[in-house]
Design a protein around this ligand. Structure first.
Ligand code: HEC
Ligand code: CU
Length: 322
């Protein structure tokens, strides 16, 4: 019993905060939360009713017991009631599945594509003029506007889930799935890959930051620009000579690799390694020297080639890419 209580407490504690479907920060997730409550409370009431009926059938007065075996009771209680309840829930569930889509028709949505990669997220902001800007492991969105996210994958099946805003949708090879939602107010929440996708699946997280529309526009304008000229010349040199540019893009310098995350403005992001390390100079140093320990199986090759001071300047350079 004690163990059960502890487990239950742990599970309930997991429901709180940044990564919870009960937070309901937008109209889509609020509807999902309402459906969840209807299911939980409904299931509890029906369970109580069944328990009462069992008790009556065992120890109730003879008249009541007789009534229970009535053909009428069986047809109404055993067939009509479950069919009507389950059909109503099914229809309601379909309406909720469609809730995001209905929101979008009203207004011109913000277009973002997210590509699942083992084990990080490629995020592409799409503009009306057809141009794009790439980022990674973080989604920034304006509040109050419908968001349309195109979900695809570069390798295996992943599942994109921001519980505070919407239900999860799989990223399936060869397909593009669409997710719609709205963020009601500014704030930061986390999301997670929700489909086992290999070794570092549990370490495939990301942040979502909802911003006031004017702040978002200013941020996006900055995100579109090239990397600022390096203050850390030595760090930039190490980045280029270390071969980092073969896999990473830093717009504005000779680094246009497409295998790993775009690092043009990596210093302004909220985390490193898909939600694994803090975005600080120490975080960068730790990522470069120990990513195979903090994120085992990560597809970035180990780099043991840098001396301590080289590691410092390389990290300072990356941290300055705001
Ligand atoms: C063979 C390709 C490859 C090379 C070369 C490479 N990386 Fe990476 N890098 C990756 C991949 C893939 C990831 C994503 C790993 C993950 O999160 O699972 C990554 C992630 C990162 C991140 C975290 C980015 C983020 O958005 O969180 C940083 C910082 C980084 N690399 C820096 C470097 C530096 C510095 C070098 C050169 C010393 C380098 N990388 C060389 C493939 C590479
Ligand atoms: Cu996964």
């Amino acid at each position: 019993m004690k163990l059960f209580c502890i487990m239950a407490l742990l599970i309930i504690a997991g429901c709180h905060g940044q990564q919870s479907a009960f937070t309901g920060l937008g109209p889509v997730s609020s509807r999902i939360t309402l459906l969840t409550w209807i299911m939980i409370i409904g299931a509890a009431l029906i369970t109580l009713l069944i328990c009462a009926l069992i008790l009556i059938s065992i120890a109730g007065p003879a008249g009541w017991r007789h009534k229970l075996t009535d053909k009428k009771s069986i047809v109404w209680g055993g067939i009509v009631f479950p069919v009507v309840t389950l059909t109503a829930l099914l229809v309601y569930g379909f309406l909720i599945l469609n809730a995001g889509g209905a929101l979008i028709q009203a207004e011109n949505p913000v277009h973002i594509s997210v590509v699942g990669e083992q084990w990080w997220w490629r995020v592409i902001y799409r503009y009306d003029d057809g141009r794009t800007t790439e980022s990674a492991n973080e989604l920034r969105i304006p509040t109050g506007r419908p968001i349309e996210i195109e979900l695809s994958t570069a390798d295996v099946i992943h599942s994109f889930w921001i519980p505070a805003y919407a239900g999860k949708i799989d990223m399936i090879p060869g397909r593009t799935n669409i997710l719609h939602f709205i963020a009601d107010k500014p704030g930061i929440v986390t999301g997670q890959c929700a489909e086992y996708c290999g070794g570092a699946h549990a370490l495939m997280s990301f942040y979502t930051m909802a911003m006031a529309p004017s702040e978002y526009d200013a941020w996006l304008a900055k995100e579109r620009t090239n990397a600022r000229p390096a203050l850390e010349k030595e760090g930039e040199q190490l980045f280029l000579s270390g071969g980092c540019g073969g896999c990473h893009t830093v717009r504005g310098i000779r680094a246009d690799g497409r295998i790993g995350p775009d690092l043009t403005h990596v210093g302004s992001r909220l985390s490193l390694g898909a939600g694994i390390l803090p975005n600080t100079a120490e975080g960068f140093a730790k990522w470069i020297s120990q990513h195979q320990t903090v994120k085992p199986e990560s597809l970035m090759p180990p780099f043991g080639i840098f001396s301590e001071s080289e590691l410092q300047s390389l990290s300072a350079y990356l941290n300055s890419l705001e």
